[in-house]
Write a protein that binds this ligand. Structure first.
Ligand code: NAD
Length: 298
């Protein structure tokens, strides 16, 4: 069993850390939110007063933070942890961030002789809780082999996308598609319901037809169609509108860098951006259906 520092205990990080504890690892945890730290301390983790104290003596460092700026600050900022990580430790950042930030962090760690992986995840909060996440990994194959036992405690599938930053590129391609699919699914369900269809029946029909997709079948945005999804609990928890907007922004940056056209990705980014501006930023991203529902327009 290993000594692991886990930093970032939000909607995703907390259940992931719980699964590492369940697998028998020793955890030191830190989050800016005291209540998030308390939840893990109650389950047997050591609560650290700051990120530096968390990584002291850790054999593995795992971070799960919102965006590039948080990851940059944690590792490379004025109080950055890179100089404080123990020799020989393995670093795994699971946040979804820009490939450039992932590469900058990996380079700083490599300069200290430390193995680093970008390992963003797919599978949502349900997958994090169930320990069935998919890890999309960028970095050296040997570092990935070292990481496998820890990733397996939190997930079911591990893909090696390529070198440093490749995990992030693969992840943002996936999330750009997800953002588009959720917005399209929401439009179709709202249109059917406006014409008197039962959204549950319409979901069943499309789920067995060519409109079938993950958002429709496993994360249905229409309230009342599925249990145990954010739409069933007022769009709380889950994957925030602001996080989806951030990922679509990462896709836009990547598209600009490679001179690729992503017209639907850009349209989706604007939709989630406007939804956020209307006050929905912290709601789950499936709430993108809200401005489309007829009852709310009139
Ligand atoms: P979240 O906002 O729920 O949690 C982030 C946590 O990080 C918060 O508890 C916050 O207090 C903490 N934090 C921020 N800065 C910190 C710092 N400097 N030091 C310590 N703690 C700090 O976000 P989340 O939903 O858990 O997502 C985390 C990452 O995972 C994001 O990059 C997101 O895009 C990605 N992701 C999320 C989902 C999902 O369904 N929620 C799915 C796949 C990937």
């Amino acid at each position: 069993m290993s000594r692991i520092a886990f930093i970032g205990l939000g909607n995703m990080g907390a259940p992931m850390a719980h699964n590492l504890l369940k697998a028998g690892h020793e955890l030191a945890v830190f989050d800016l939110s005291a209540s998030a730290v308390q939840g893990l301390a109650d389950a047997g983790a050591r609560s650290a007063p700051d990120a530096r104290a968390a990584v002291e003596g850790a054999q593995v460092v795992i971070s799960m933070l919102p965006a590039s700026t948080h990851v940059h600050g944690l590792y490379l900022g004025q109080q950055g942890i890179v100089p404080h990580i123990a020799d020989g430790a393995l670093v795994i950042d699971c946040s979804t961030i820009s490939a450039a930030t992932a590469q900058a962090v990996a380079q700083a760690l490599a300069a200290r002789g430390l193995d680093a992986l970008d390992a963003p995840v797919s599978g949502g909060t349900a997958g994090a809780a169930a320990g069935t996440l998919t890890f999309i990994v960028g970095g050296e194959a040997a570092a990935l082999e070292r990481a496998r036992p820890y990733l397996s405690a939190m997930g079911k599938n591990v893909f090696h996308a390529g070198g440093s930053g490749a995990g992030q590129i693969a992840k943002i391609c996936n999330n750009m598609l997800l953002g588009i699919l959720m917005a399209g699914t929401a439009e179709a369900l709202a249109l059917g319901a406006a014409h008197g269809l039962d959204p549950k029946v319409l979901s069943d029909i499309m789920g067995k037809s060519s409109g079938r997709n993950w958002a429709l079948e496993l994360y249905n945005p229409y309230p009342g169609v599925m249990e145990n999804v954010p739409a069933a609990r007022g769009y709380s928890g889950g994957f925030g509108v602001d996080l989806m907007h951030k990922d679509l922004g990462l896709a836009a940056e990547a598209a600009i860098a490679s001179r690729c056209a992503v017209p639907l990705g850009e349209l989706a980014r604007n939709l989630y951006g406007m939804h956020s501006l209307s006050g929905a930023g912290t709601l789950d991203f499936s709430s993108i259906i809200q401005p489309l529902l007829k009852d709310q327009l009139y």
